[in-house]
Design a protein around this ligand. Structure first.
Ligand code: ZN
Length: 319
C-alpha cells in the first residue's frame, strides 16, 4: 500500500495532477452544478486535470454562460424534467415537451433522468411509464440523448432499501430501462454509474449486448473505486472489451461552502484509478466501505483511455 503518494498529493490539495498517459482535451459527461460561487472551484479543478468540456446536470434549464462565467471550457447543460404535474398527464407532457424543445434549441445534448429507488418510492414513476412516452418520442425526433440513473449500489439494497414494497429489489430496477432502450433505438442512453451495477459486470455485458443504443458512464467516485477495484482484472477486461461504450464521468457535485480540494481530490482519484496500477488510500471518504477506502488502479491502455475520455463522448453526444 503506497501511503506516501496520497499524502504527498494531499499536502498540495491535489492541485498537481499525476501525469496522464494521454494528451487530449477530456470530457466529463456527469457533473452537477448550479449558479453559485463554488461552481468556479469545479471548473478550475477540471481545467487543472485537462478537462475542457463538462456535462452539467441541472434541475431546470440554465444558460451555460451563467454557470461558467469567464471559464474558457465548454459546458453542456443536461436539465431534468419537471415532475410537479405528474397527476395531470396532459400538463406534465406539455410542460416537459416544451422543456426538451427549449433545451435542444439552446444546445443541450442530453436530458437527465434520475430514476433511483428513492425517486420511485416518492413518485411511483418508472422510466417506461406512458406519461414519459411523448417526451421520449420528441427527444428521439430531435436527436437528444438521455443520461439515466437507475438502481443503486448492492450495499444500499442490503442496508437502506430494505422495504422492498417501497423500493423494489435491485433486479426490479432494470425492466424500465430495457423497455425504453428497446422502444427507442434512436435514443442514445447513457446509464450512469456503470449502469448502476458495477458489482455485476456479467449483467452489464448482457445489457450492452442486447441494446446497441446503451452506453455507460464511469461516474460516482467512491462506488466505482470500491466495486471495480474489488475485481480489478475483470473490470479491466470489461472496459477494454467495451471500450466504445463507456464514457468518462465523475458525478462531481457542487456543494455550498465547498473548496477547491473537494473537486481536485476526486479528479485525482479518477486519474490514479483509471490510468495507473497503484494501490493507495483514497482521499474520498466512503461510508459504504468496510475499512479504509483504497484505490486499486486499473491501468487502462492508452487507446482505451482516448475513447473513454473523449472520442466516445464526441460521438455519442454529437459534438
Ligand atoms: Zn449524478
Amino acid at each position: 500500500m503506497d501511503f506516501a503518494v496520497t499524502e504527498r498529493a494531499a499536502a498540495r490539495d491535489f492541485t498537481e495532477p499525476p501525469p496522464s498517459k494521454v494528451d487530449l482535451a477530456a470530457i466529463d459527461v456527469h457533473t452537477h452544478a448550479a449558479v453559485m460561487p463554488e461552481t468556479a472551484h469545479l471548473l478550475h479543478a477540471a481545467r487543472l486535470y485537462g478537462i475542457e468540456t463538462l456535462v452539467v446536470i441541472t434541475r431546470e434549464w440554465i444558460e451555460p454562460a451563467r454557470l461558467a462565467d469567464g471559464w474558457d471550457g465548454r459546458i453542456l447543460v443536461a436539465p431534468q424534467l419537471d415532475y410537479r404535474q405528474l397527476d395531470d398527464a396532459d400538463a406534465f407532457v406539455r410542460t416537459n415537451v416544451a422543456r426538451v424543445e427549449q433545451a435542444h434549441q439552446l444546445g443541450a445534448r442530453l436530458i437527465k433522468f434520475w430514476f433511483t429507488p428513492r425517486f420511485y418510492a416518492t413518485t411511483r414513476l418508472r422510466l417506461d411509464d406512458a406519461r414519459l412516452e411523448p417526451i421520449f418520442a420528441r427527444m428521439e425526433a430531435l436527436g437528444l440523448g438521455a443520461l439515466v440513473h437507475v438502481s443503486d449500489p448492492d450495499v444500499w439494497f442490503e442496508r437502506v432499501y430494505t422495504d422492498r414494497s417501497l423500493y423494489g429489489s435491485k433486479e426490479e430496477q432494470y425492466p424500465q430501462l430495457e423497455a425504453v432502450l428497446a422502444r427507442h433505438r434512436g435514443i442514445r442512453i447513457i446509464a450512469a454509474h456503470m449502469g448502476g451495477d458495477p458489482e455485476h459486470l456479467d449483467h452489464l455485458q448482457a445489457l450492452l449486448d442486447r441494446h446497441p443504443n446503451l452506453f455507460l458512464d464511469t461516474s460516482a467516485t467512491k462506488w466505482m473505486v470500491r466495486e471495480l477495484g474489488r475485481q480489478r482484472e475483470a473490470a479491466r477486461q470489461f472496459i477494454v472489451r467495451n471500450a466504445d461504450r463507456i464514457l468518462f464521468g465523475t458525478d462531481q457535485v457542487v456543494t455550498a461552502g465547498s473548496s477547491l480540494v473537494r473537486y481536485t481530490s476526486r479528479y485525482w482519484t479518477h486519474r490514479l484509478f483509471w490510468e495507473t496500477d497503484r494501490v493507495c488510500p483514497s482521499p474520498v471518504e466512503d461510508p459504504d466501505c468496510d475499512g479504509m477506502p483504497v484505490i486499486r488502479g486499473l491501468d487502462l491502455p492508452e487507446e482505451v483511455l482516448v475513447r473513454l475520455y473523449r472520442t466516445n463522448a464526441t460521438r455519442v453526444l454529437g459534438i
